[in-house]
Write a protein that binds this ligand. Structure first.
Ligand SMILES: [Zn+2]
Length: 647
């Protein structure tokens, strides 16, 4: 969400207010360098010859007729902020007004802002996460997003120049409208959130039609959902739901980051530290992204976790498949059990009337498995991590129903029209050299004509016009410029092939077959949410004879890792009634190793942490543990932080 269109305020902070978290120091813009602020609403006009005494408008007058959220009633503890709004059913009041009392204690604190789409064509797609801070500048509250890619260590010689070079961005500024009796500034969030702050929303938001649909403030986070109505072509308008979730970041000192090793594929949080000595090979620090899961009682060989990772299966997941989804999530408990943590992952089911009924998937405190219907066959398992340490804070998996509709729109996706649009002149040249492949109904003259007209193709004037909506949507990928996990998309082809193979035998795909595939894909996506990247060597582990033996007679892994794109399994002459598994039924040996690397705490025989993780990463010489040197990413310069990385 670090969009180029976002205004980058270039305040060169000469004076640095230090906010320290371990080695980390971020710049706070110097208030003295901000342009003079206009008087706050209601401030008295300056009299002749004397500076008037400034007074904030009366707090009670400003919040008159508004309700506080959370309400100060019994049982409702203090929220991270207190919000005030008019009764939603009162048409005489400005419903776009949302006053926010920001506690003084929250100013300059590191927070995580996650913005995601809750309705519209991108509904269910998880958003990016940015470290932000509320800061007071004159009579404004600003939302600052510091550049977290660079380590700034207090007292080090390079710190000042790092601050000057990599200053943060301002996402928003809001005039303070009053001060609470406790001295907390109050601002109106309405104009900021109704502008689609930080999101790629086209101009033309019709604020008079937009509305807040969800406003919740909890102790650890605040969740605000806004329905933005955007003017479209021909006078029509369309609404898009955006959820803003702002949460406290955990105490960075309470978590020990783990160094990344390119042999074990984890997503990473990469930061550059210009204070590292010049004789070091590089000045980039890489931490793996992982949860803070550890034994509740470290003295036990096997202990429950201090805090489990909880996944909630959303009520949108079809009843028929819930069992397999739950099994796919719980698969990973086997790997945690092996390093002494029992029940590291807990699975809950949301229904219309149970205790999870009103939990919001967009709420950063909960991890959801969601079923979506975009028409694109895909699944993805992104996460949000602490930009300072790589600690994973939440993850939501989306699974598109289209994967199971394996015959749906395949012709559109891979038919000649789409191929022509994709391949352009090369395709035409190929056809001229191989006329046998010219699609039925077309001639070689037509093909040659396309080459004579740049920009045209065999089936139309413009390649872009011929890319079908489905194909275009597929190749656009996500708006986050992150490659989607293609496993589910490829699995659709596997299901097609499987249905053909079974049709030849006079059968339809049985439910257990599809169930196993769902379980496998969910396990793969949950693996991503635990921090794991792909491992495309894992399916080359066993011989086909051994795969067949295991498939038909055991419940053992058929590939070394579910982080590969495992195929469905058919052999010539299969008697489908005797096939025990259609796809690898469980996590593989590499998965155990990867979890050990990321989550094991050194025991008495392991030496220190560095020694232990190096030893684990060195085990990749065994065939069942196909570690693979990952291309070192961003060797010299960290990127814009990909907090929802997927490959
Ligand atoms: Zn994947």
């Amino acid at each position: 969400m670090k969009s180029k269109s976002r205004l980058v305020c270039r305040i060169l902070a000469a004076a640095i207010a230090a906010f320290t978290l371990g080695e980390i120091l971020f710049p706070i813009p110097a208030a003295g360098q901000v342009a003079p602020q206009p008087p706050a609403p209601g401030a008295p006009a300056p009299g002749p010859g004397a500076a008037p005494e400034f007074k904030w408008p009366d707090f009670q007058g400003v919040i008159k007729d508004m309700d506080a959220i959370p309400s100060p009633g019994p049982g409702s503890g203090p929220g991270i902020v207190t919000l005030y709004r008019y009764k939603a059913d009162d048409p005489t009041k400005d419903q776009t007004k949302l006053l926010c009392e920001v506690p003084k204690s929250l100013l300059k604190q590191d927070l995580l802002l996650v913005s995601s789409f809750s309705r519209g064509s991108q509904a269910g797609m998880p958003g990016m996460g940015d470290l932000i801070r509320f800061e007071m500048l004159g009579r404004q509250i600003v939302i600052v997003a510091p550049d977290t890619r660079f380590v700034q260590t207090p007292g080090q010689t390079a710190t000042d120049v790092i601050n000057r070079t990599y200053n943060g961005e301002y996402l928003a500024s809001m005039p303070i409208v009053t001060m609470s009796p406790g001295g907390n500034p109050v601002v109106d969030l309405g104009p900021t959130l109704m502008s689609g702050m930080g999101m790629n929303i086209p101009a033309g938001i019709r604020r008079e039609l937009s509305q807040f649909t969800k406003i919740k403030s909890f102790q650890e986070n605040v969740l605000i959902d806004v329905d933005l109505v955007v003017a479209g072509r021909g006078g029509s308008s369309q609404s898009t739901g955006i959820t803003y979730d702002i949460r406290r970041l955990p105490d960075a000192k309470a978590y020990t980051p783990r160094l990344a090793d390119e042999r074990i594929g984890y997503f990473d949080t990469v930061r550059q530290d210009w204070n590292i000595k010049h004789n070091q090979r590089e000045n980039v620090v890489r931490y793996i992204d992982r949860w803070d899961v550890k034994k509740k009682d470290p003295s036990l060989d096997v202990s429950p976790p201090e805090k489990p990772i909880v996944f909630i299966i959303e009520k949108t997941v079809p009843l028929q498949w819930r069992r397999y989804v739950a099994e796919g999530i719980a698969e990973w408990n086997k790997a945690f059990e092996k390093i002494g943590i029992s029940g590291a992952i807990v699975v809950q089911q949301q229904t219309d009337d149970n205790e999870y009924a009103n939990f919001d998937p967009e709420d950063a405190r909960y991890n959801f498995i969601r079923w979506i219907v975009t028409g694109r066959a895909f699944a993805m398992g992104p996460h949000h991590s602490d930009p300072r340490t790589g600690q994973i804070l939440d993850a939501d998996i989306v699974f598109d129903d289209s994967m199971l509709r394996y015959n749906f729109n395949e012709f559109e996706m891979f038919g000649p029209k789409a191929m022509s649009a994709m391949l352009g002149p090369e395709y035409s040249r190929f056809l001229i050299e191989n006329p046998a492949f010219i699609p039925m109904g077309h001639t070689i003259d037509e093909v040659q004509a396309t080459l004579a007209t740049p920009g045209s193709d065999l089936f139309g004037d413009s390649p872009a016009d011929n890319i079908t909506p489905t194909l275009r949507a597929h190749h656009m990928g996500s708006r986050y410029s992150q490659p989607c996990c293609e496993y589910a998309s490829g699995m659709k082809q596997e299901l097609n092939m499987a249905s053909l193979a079974m049709a030849a035998a006079g059968m339809k795909l049985p439910e257990p077959f599809i169930g196993e595939v769902i379980r496998e894909i969910v396990a793969h996506e949950v693996g991503h949410t635990l921090g794991l990247r792909h491992n495309f060597k894992a399916s080359a582990w066993l011989s086909l004879d051994e795969v067949k033996r295991r498939r038909d007679t055991t419940d053992e892994a058929l590939v070394a890792s579910v982080m590969d794109y495992a195929p469905t399994l058919f052999f010539p002459g299969d008697d489908f009634s005797k096939v025990r598994h259609f796809i690898t039924p469980t996590i593989g040996p590499y998965d155990y190793l990867a979890i050990e690397y990321g989550y094991k705490v050194p025991g008495k025989d392991d030496g220190d942490e560095k020694t232990m993780i190096n030893k684990i990463a060195s085990m990749g010489t065994k065939p069942e543990l196909p570690t693979q040197p990952m291309k070192t990413r961003w060797a010299s310069h960290p990127p814009i932080r990909p907090s929802t990385g997927l490959i």
